[in-house]
Every structure is written in structure tokens, then in C-alpha cells.
Design a protein around this ligand. Structure first.
Ligand code: ADP
Length: 381
């Protein structure tokens, strides 16, 4: 008879659920996954395929576990509330998650909390957007409030007519037809601040990191963000802690930030789950984000967030090889870079798809960047 501390149910079968599995094994936690389809990344855990938008399916899955958490933020609010009403422990809960599900709600709430965000407006017509553009130097960043990821649903425009069809689609989805307009931020770099928070209130923060995006997709993360020690690190941590407490977030919270050329820190996006910008912590920190997420949603004491080495660099493997699979490349990649840690998500290669990542740690940033990039380069074309 195997003895488990508890059972954690994860909704969503992607790579984030997959990377919770080793952490669950180490803690003696049984992990069960409700996946969207057969053959997904997390198929190594106790596994069931079902529709996460169907209340009965999700309630049935939840009855077999002690706490529910997520691989993505797309579970509808009515399903989440049905879980809470049925007495299920859900972390993060629906009241927090709605701010990760809807960028307009998020902007409104962060503004109420007095947090620094880009100038923004809710725009319902091409005319509204033209007015916003006129007030912001002839340019705006337009975002669909829901369902965007990896830069999809984000566009820089100079006239409202460029996204006329987005207004039509937004009107058809029955959620009020509004889009989010933001000022175009002239940023020096993008940062991310991760924290974890328990239901009983304890919070732990990792160091702020720099994230490098290519074509709207995260390609590299440097931990800590170079030259961030002192004020920048303190400001980033304060912002994330204020958000975690103000929105009652439980589990890992990732706050994506802009560092502007005039030295301001502005909040771009929130994710209430382990996040690509925290993958480095699996190999670079005393407590990796997947372990910390499990500890947090189970309301267990959080682990230390110190780093093993001065620098950690994570490089995503995007797309994978043109021919064959990532494992075909192992002989060269592993032999050439024995100090680099490889994480393969078990996915079919496809252009632009995140199929794995590598992390290097060490005391010389140039060496660490070189090692991580070189190892990743063996794994994709
Ligand atoms: P997603 O939900 O797809 O991650 P984001 O809101 O994070 O969308 O935007 C994706 C990328 O677009 C950001 O990482 C950043 O590079 C750029 N971006 C988003 N908002 C702005 C803005 N207001 N000003 C300048 N660039 C922006």
C-alpha cells in the first residue's frame, strides 16, 4: 500500500503539470491530472482526459483529490465557483484567478491598488481607440482581454481601423465587446518577479529576473536580472507581494514587468501558476517553483529561495529539430554540455512550440549564458 501525504489535482495536462510531477514525488504527494487530450506532456501522472469547461467533469475529478490547482488559467468562473460551493479547496481561487483571466479587470484592479501600470483604457469602438491613440502620440498597444498568450492577441496599432475585426469578435463572444488599449512603453528590458503565497499568508519571493522575448515568446531568462541588486529588486518584490496580498493569490504568482528607459517599473501581466520565467529555479534555487507551488497550495511552510550560484540562465528550446526528435540530439548536446540541465517536455516538435528548456548555473555570467545557449542550440534548428 503506498502512502501519500495528500492528492493534488491539476487541471490541464501541459508542461507545467508535467514539471510538478518530480516535485510531487519528492514530497510524497500524489498528483492527478485532468488533461484536455490524450498524449499530452503530463501523461506521466495519474491521468484522465476531460473537458475543463464542464462542471460535472471537473467536480467528478475534484472529488478524488484534496486540493485543485492549475496548469493554465482558462477554467471558466462558473466551474471554479461550483467547485468552491461544493467545498473543494481551489488554489488559486476564482476571485484571484479572474484577474489573470481578463486583462481589463487586471488593469482596473491594479490601478485601484495604486500599482504602477502603463496608461490604459477600455475601448469599445474604433472611435474610442482612435481617441486613445491621438492622446498617446499616435500609437497604442491593443490587447484582447481574454485568451491571449505568447503575444497572440497583442498588436501595436496607429489607427483603430487596424483592429476593426477584433472589436467584432469581442462583441460576438458575449463579454461586452471591449478591448484593452495601452500606451506603447519604451522599455529597457522586461523583468519578471515570482512569489509564492500560502492560504495562511506566508509569502516567499525569488530574485527578480530578466526575460528576453523574441516575437512575443520568451526565449531566455537571466536570474537574477543583471544590475538589479538594491532598489530595483526591492521595488519588484514589493509590487509582487502587494499584488499577491491584494488579490488573495495562492500558489505561485508571476508578475511580468517593464523596466522603462526612465527607470520606472510597470506591471504588464500576471500569471497565477508556475511560469516560464521561473523554470531556472528548478536547478538554480534551493526551492524550485513547482515544489514551492505544491507547498503553497497545500498550505505547507514554504522553502528557501536562495540561489545555488550567482547566476542562472534558462534558454527555451523552441520548435525542436526540423528532422527527428530532441532525443536524437542527446548524444551531442549532453556530451558537449555536461553541466547544463536539460528538461524535455515530451512534445512533438513544431515551429515556435516550447518543447523543452535548458538551465546553466555558475559564477561568470558570460560563461553561463554561453553554455545555456550552446546546449539549447543543439536541440533545435
Ligand atoms: P501575452 O498575454 O501574450 O503574454 P502580453 O500582454 O504579455 O501578452 O504582451 C506580449 C508582449 O508584448 C510583451 O512581453 C511585450 O514585449 C509586448 N508588450 C505588451 N504590452 C506592451 C506595452 N504596453 N508597451 C510595449 N510593449 C508591450
Amino acid at each position: 500500500m503506498r502512502e501519500f501525504l495528500v492528492r493534488v489535482g491539476v487541471i490541464g495536462g501541459g508542461q507545467l503539470a508535467r514539471m510538478m510531477i518530480p516535485a510531487a514525488i519528492e514530497l510524497g504527494v500524489e498528483l492527478r491530472v485532468l488533461a484536455e487530450a490524450e498524449g499530452m506532456s503530463a501523461a506521466l501522472a495519474t491521468w484522465q482526459v476531460g473537458d475543463y469547461t464542464d462542471t460535472d467533469t471537473v467536480l467528478g475529478f475534484a472529488r478524488e483529490v484534496d486540493v485543485i490547482t492549475f496548469d493554465h488559467e482558462h477554467v471558466p468562473q462558473d466551474v471554479l465557483h461550483a467547485l468552491v460551493d461544493a467545498g473543494v479547496r481551489v488554489h488559486p481561487g476564482p476571485e484571484a484567478l479572474r484577474y489573470a483571466q481578463d486583462k481589463l479587470l487586471m488593469r482596473q484592479r491594479l490601478s485601484e491598488l495604486g500599482l504602477p501600470v502603463p496608461d490604459w483604457a477600455r475601448v469599445e469602438t474604433v472611435g474610442d481607440l482612435d481617441d486613445f491613440i491621438a492622446d498617446h502620440g499616435g500609437t497604442a498597444v491593443v490587447k484582447t482581454p481574454r485568451g491571449g498568450y505568447d503575444g497572440k492577441g497583442v498588436r501595436v496599432v496607429h489607427g483603430g481601423a487596424e483592429v476593426a475585426e477584433w472589436f467584432t469578435t469581442a462583441a460576438e463572444d458575449g463579454r461586452g465587446g471591449a478591448l484593452l488599449a495601452e500606451e506603447l512603453i519604451d522599455f529597457r528590458r522586461e523583468l519578471a518577479q515570482l512569489v509564492a503565497r500560502r492560504p495562511s499568508g506566508e509569502i516567499a519571493a525569488w530574485p527578480v529576473v530578466e526575460t528576453v522575448q523574441v516575437g512575443g515568446i520568451c526565449s531566455e531568462v537571466i536570474a537574477p536580472a543583471p544590475k538589479s541588486a538594491g532598489l530595483l529588486a526591492d521595488v519588484a518584490a514589493d509590487v509582487a507581494i502587494t499584488i499577491a496580498e491584494g488579490l488573495d493569490v495562492t500558489g505561485v504568482l508571476a508578475v511580468e514587468l517593464f523596466e522603462t528607459i526612465d527607470n520606472r517599473v510597470l506591471v504588464n501581466e500576471l500569471a497565477m501558476r508556475p511560469h516560464n520565467s521561473g523554470h531556472w529555479s528548478m536547478d538554480g534555487s534551493t526551492t524550485g517553483q513547482f515544489e514551492q507551488h505544491l507547498r503553497a497550495v497545500l498550505d505547507l511552510p514554504l522553502g528557501g529561495t536562495g540561489s545555488h550560484e550567482p547566476w542562472a540562465v534558462m534558454v527555451n528550446v523552441l520548435g525542436g529539430p526540423d528532422q527527428g526528435t530532441m532525443t536524437d540530439r542527446y548524444a551531442e548536446a549532453l556530451a558537449g554540455h555536461p553541466t547544463v540541465k536539460l528538461h524535455n517536455y515530451g512534445k512533438q516538435p513544431r515551429p515556435g512550440r516550447k518543447v523543452g528548456h535548458v538551465t546553466a548555473i555558475g559564477s561568470d555570467l558570460d560563461d553561463v549564458v554561453y553554455e545555456a545557449r550552446a546546449a539549447a542550440a543543439f536541440l533545435h534548428d
